[in-house]
Write a protein that binds this ligand. Structure first.
Ligand code: ATP
Length: 345
């Protein structure tokens, strides 16, 4: 459906999109994730034809899009800054793209009714945009983007403005809706929870390049690098010398899964992989902080050397603040990252 082939965009001397190769298959939902400024929006704008490439190609359905204007690319856009027309009612907004394409009135009205049903706003045609809640406006924007039946739907921070509860609900609805319609989706977000809930495949960007691409489970279980691990919120990342099923680290010896990469590496220890042991039998740490998080407690530990260690303990099994405790590591929650660590300070 969509192929980016060495896609490059420069501002001055700086490549904000740096030779990106990406393929999105028909019916696939791909979410591009990355920190602010990593080039996510630029990637979408390049695919939409809102920004020309300085090198490389964008192909849609196999056809090179160089010189093809946005409205002829057959893509639907729902962008952060792409607000609804406040002076039009809901139907006027949803039908906008169809009117531009000269679709007759009966068909426009039929399509608008169908889409408003789909997005959970049946019968809202005559409502004023200003009378809608943020979530309802987002649904109307989605119906508007879907109305012309785009071959590719592109979303930039689709749920960015909404509060967390509503976002979590809408993201599940969106995934069902796209599945039902068979829509191919390329979405951009800085919210990893949103990306993981929505996507068939997640693409993590760093400084204009793809740092990792994989299913949500693959990326979550095996971050490709310390950058990706930290971006996902894992802070227990240390250099390690791996030999067999053991690694030597600043936190002492840490068991690693069989078949892990060997030699000088970077190690990720998931917080769930830090467990309490009998006093004196493991790594002695001081409890620096505790944060209650529903069903478990996040605990920051100060080991004798090296960076703080993040652990999660079940409620009821939580050491007191300032206590000295002994911890060991569970191999199944340890990941030896594939990348070679950087040398130097
Ligand atoms: N018109 C422009 N002129 C100069 N630099 C630009 C321009 N547009 C974007 N940039 C720069 O390109 C880089 C990538 O921007 P982009 O908007 O693609 O990032 P992003 O990952 O979408 O970030 P965010 O999550 O903050 O929206 C940024 O450093 C930005 O400052």
């Amino acid at each position: 459906m969509l192929t980016l082939d060495g896609a490059t965009v420069r501002y001055g001397a700086r490549a904000v999109l740096d030779g990106v190769d990406l393929v999105v298959a028909e019916h696939e939902i791909v979410c591009v994730l990355g920190p602010s400024g990593s080039g996510k929006s630029t990637l979408l704008r390049a695919v939409a034809g809102l920004r020309d490439l300085d090198a490389g190609r964008v192909l849609l359905g196999g056809a090179d899009q160089a010189g093809v204007p946005t409205h002829r690319r057959g893509v639907g856009l729902m962008f952060q800054d792409h607000q609804l027309f406040p002076q039009r009612d809901v139907a006027g907004n949803v039908e906008f793209g169809l009117r531009m394409r000269g679709v007759d009135r009966a068909e426009r009205e039929g399509r608008a009714a169908e889409l408003l049903d789909l997005v959970g706003l049946p019968g809202a045609q005559r409502r004023a945009v200003a009378s809608l809640s943020g979530g309802e406006q987002q649904r109307v924007a989605l119906a508007r983007a879907l109305a012309p039946r785009p071959r590719l739907l592109m979303l930039d921070e689709p749920l960015g403005q909404l509060d967390r509860g509503l976002r979590e609900r809408l993201v599940v609805e969106l995934r069902h809706l796209f599945g039902r319609l068979g829509t191919t989706v390329l979405a951009v977000t800085h919210d990893q929870g949103e990306a993981f809930a929505l996507a068939d495949r997640v693409v993590v960007m760093r400084e204009g390049r793809i740092a990792q691409s994989g299913t949500p489970v693959e990326v979550w279980q095996r971050p490709a690098s310390a950058f990706v691990a930290r971006f996902l919120g894992f802070d227990n990342v240390v250099p390690a010398a791996v030999s067999g099923t053991e690694a030597s680290t600043v936190w002492g010896r840490v068991p690693v899964p069989a078949g892990s990469p060997q030699g000088d590496r970077t190690l990720l220890v998931r917080p769930a992989g830090v467990r309490l042991t009998a006093p004196g039998t493991g790594l002695t740490c001081r409890v620096a902080a505790r944060t209650f998080r529903g069903l478990h407690v996040s605990v920051t530990l100060t080991p004798p050397a090296g960076p703080p260690l993040e652990a999660t303990f079940p409620l009821g099994d939580v050491p007191a603040e300032d206590a000295e405790i002994s911890v060991a590591f569970r191999a199944e929650d340890v990941v030896v990252l594939d990348e070679e660590p950087r040398t130097g300070p």
